[in-house]
Unconditional design. Structure first.
Length: 317
């Protein structure tokens, strides 16, 4: 198992799926690999479907068994949602939050909601907590800009992190994701992987777009469950965006299929691609036509046989 795992990891890029049966030691061997390679040049990311399934304690025990217990906190980071990080660490840092921040409405509102949320008899709706945390986070960003001019491009993320370690340790405890660039091993849930990562030292970003992701080693545990999780996330994102993808596709297809591009524009375009722009447009027309015809996108509804009821692809809210 160890040799099989190493043979896949040695590949520089690509997705490798190991469909091995439960109990054969996939997770154990992955954790052993992390414990033996956490000081390498490539970041290691471990993703599973649920946060409670992250084997952080197992990895800590392996570190300790190898005599590297102190390195666990130095190199390993579990990244949670912004709100959950605040809920988990609020009491630990409350006394250290600067007076300038404590005197703001954003801080006071968040504190009220978090205090109420602790009471078992009363639970604050998650969206209200999220909104309060988001407002507080914006306030903190303004505080950092006012005090340290964080938005200046001349100040690198490394210098910003150094400043936080020196002057604003409370913020690092409240939002551990600040240390993302500083850690070699990241643990996160599948949901968090599709959420923006807020580090305060650089603009927030999706993990898939991180500067280091291309060279990272990503372990995806419980892959079948995660596929469903990510599919649901993609669908929800599309719904939140309020985009009618069928209408958008039809509009784009009809545009490139019916309109003639001015010849002088095509002649003037210089591209390094192997395919010319004219050929690329023709390929788009052909592929788009195949999709258009296959799914009968010229129709507003889909019917199957005379006896079937009308089946709408999408509906308007």
């Amino acid at each position: 198992m160890r040799e099989l795992l190493l043979s896949y990891i040695e590949k520089t890029t690509g997705l490798s799926l190991l469909p091995l049966p439960t109990g054969i030691g996939k997770t154990y061997n992955v954790l052993q690999f992390i414990a033996n390679n956490y000081k390498g040049k490539r970041k290691i990311i471990f993703i599973t479907n649920l946060k409670k399934n992250l084997p952080l304690q197992n990895l800590r025990e392996i570190f300790e068994d190898k005599g590297n217990g102190e390195d666990f906190d130095k190199y390993v980071l579990m990244i949670d949602s912004n709100l959950q990080s605040v809920i988990d660490n609020w009491d630990c840092v409350l006394a250290d939050i600067p007076e300038e921040v404590r005197n703001t409405d954003e801080f006071k509102n968040l504190k009220i909601y978090l205090d109420l949320n602790k009471k078992t008899s009363f639970t604050i709706p998650y969206k209200i907590l999220e909104s309060a945390e988001r407002d507080f986070r914006k306030l903190v960003l303004d505080y950092l800009e006012k005090k340290y001019e964080f938005r200046k491009k001349q100040i690198s993320p490394d210098k910003r992190l150094k400043k936080l370690k020196q002057k604003e340790v409370w913020l690092i405890y409240l939002y551990p994701a600040i240390l993302t660039n500083d850690k070699n091993v990241l643990f996160l849930s599948a949901d968090k992987f599709f959420q923006r990562n807020t580090t305060f030292i650089e603009p927030s970003y999706y993990f898939i777009n991180a500067s280091w992701i291309e060279n990272a080693i990503v372990f995806i545990d419980e892959f079948d469950a995660i596929k469903q999780c990510w599919l649901a996330s993609i669908i929800n994102s599309g719904n939140d965006a309020g985009i009618d993808f069928l209408a958008l596709f039809s509009q784009l297809f009809n545009t490139i299929n019916q309109k003639e591009f001015p010849t002088h524009l095509l002649d003037d375009v210089k591209t390094k691609a192997e395919t010319s722009l004219v050929e690329a447009l023709q390929e788009l027309k052909e592929r788009g036509g195949q999709i258009y015809d296959k799914h009968n996108l010229q129709l507003w509804s889909k019917t199957v046989g005379e006896e079937e009821k009308e089946n709408f692809l999408f509906f308007d809210n």
